[in-house]
Design a protein around this ligand. Structure first.
Ligand SMILES: Nc1ncnc2c1ncn2[C@@H]1O[C@H](COP(=O)(O)OP(=O)(O)OP(=O)(O)O)[C@@H](O)[C@H]1O
Ligand SMILES: [Mg+2]
Length: 257
C-alpha cells in the first residue's frame, strides 16, 4: 500500500512541481516504486519530466475508469519512477463533477486500485484551484508545502493550512501529517537568513530543518526533462532534495526502501 504525499501551497512558483519531481526521483533512486500524479491542468510535472501529455479526450474518463487509469501510467527515464500525465483538459474534470456531492473524493477513489503497485505516490497540485487541492488533500497521507524564502510568503502558509483544514474540506480529511519547508534559500542573503530564523521561532516544529537552496540546476534540469539528480547529482539542489527526502520520511514514519 503506497504512502501518498500531496505537494501543495498557495503560491505560484513556490516549487511544488520541482519538489514532486525531485522527491519522487530521490525515492526511486533509493529503490522505491514511485508514481507521480500530475493533478494540475498546467501539466508542468508532465512537461518537466519530458513525458507526452495525456490525451485530452481520455482525461475526462481517466479518473473514473480503473482500467484507463492503469493504462495511462507512463514510464520515465528513471527506473522505478512512473507518472500519470496531465494536460490542459484536466481542468474539465472539475466542471464534470461540479454538482456531485462526492466531488472531492474522485482522486482518492481513482488511486485506490493501484496503490498496491507502489511504495510512494506523489501528487502535484495547482496553486489555487480548490477542486484539485481538495481532492489531493483527501487522497494524501501527508501534505508538503514549499514556501519561498521571503518574509510575506512565509506567513501565508499558516493561512493556507487553515484553508485546507477549514470548512471547505473539513469532512473526511485523510492526511496525518503536514510539513513546510523553505525553498529558494540563499545563504549569502541576510534577509533570507533573518526570514528563516524568524519563521523557525514563530512556527516551532512545523518547518523542516532542510532548506532547498536557490540553485540553477533545479531550474535547468526542469527544462531538460529531468529531475536535478538525473541532471547533476552533485548539485546543491540534488543534495538538498536528498536531505529533504530523508527528513520527510523520518517525520512521517515511512521507511526508506
Ligand atoms: N530552489 C530553486 N532554485 C532555482 N529554481 C527553482 C527552485 N525551485 C524551483 N525552481 C524553478 O522555479 C520555477 C517554478 O517552480 P515550480 O514549477 O516547481 O513551482 P510551482 O509551485 O509548481 O508553480 P505553479 O504554481 O505554477 O504550479 C521552475 O522553473 C523551477 O525550475
Ligand atoms: Mg506546479
Amino acid at each position: 500500500m503506497a504512502f501518498i504525499f500531496a505537494v501543495m501551497g498557495q503560491r505560484n512558483g513556490a516549487g511544488k512541481t520541482t519538489t514532486a519531481a525531485n522527491l519522487g526521483c530521490m525515492l526511486a533512486l533509493s529503490g522505491a516504486r514511485v508514481l507521480l500524479v500530475d493533478f494540475d491542468p498546467q501539466a508542468s510535472l508532465t512537461d518537466t519530466l519530458g513525458i507526452a501529455r495525456a490525451d485530452a479526450d481520455a482525461i475526462k474518463t481517466l479518473y473514473i475508469s480503473e482500467d484507463l487509469l492503469a493504462r495511462s501510467v507512463s514510464a520515465t527515464y528513471e527506473e522505478n519512477l512512473s507518472i500519470l500525465p496531465s494536460c490542459g483538459a484536466l481542468g474539465s474534470l472539475e466542471i464534470e463533477h461540479q454538482s456531485s456531492q462526492e466531488k472531492t473524493i474522485i482522486l482518492k477513489t481513482a488511486l485506490e486500485p493501484i496503490t498496491d503497485r507502489y511504495d510512494y505516490i506523489l501528487i502535484d497540485t495547482p496553486s489555487l484551484l480548490e477542486f484539485f487541492i481538495a481532492n489531493a488533500a483527501r487522497a494524501a497521507d501527508a501534505i508538503l508545502i514549499p514556501v519561498p524564502c521571503f518574509p510575506g510568503a512565509v506567513g501565508s502558509f499558516v493561512e493556507f493550512r487553515q484553508y485546507i483544514d477549514n470548512a471547505i474540506f473539513a469532512n473526511n480529511m485523510n492526511y496525518k501529517y503536514i510539513g513546510v519547508f523553505i525553498n529558494y534559500f540563499s545563504p549569502a542573503s541576510r534577509l533570507c537568513i533573518k526570514t528563516l530564523d524568524e519563521t523557525r521561532k514563530q512556527h516551532t516544529g512545523l518547518i523542516f530543518e532542510t532548506c532547498i537552496p536557490r540553485c540553477r540546476t533545479l531550474a535547468e534540469s526542469s527544462h531538460a526533462g529531468l529531475a536535478a539528480a538525473g541532471y547533476d547529482v552533485t548539485s546543491l539542489g540534488s543534495i538538498g532534495y536528498a536531505k529533504l527526502t530523508r527528513e520527510v520520511l523520518y517525520h512521517v514514519g515511512a521507511k526508506v526502501v
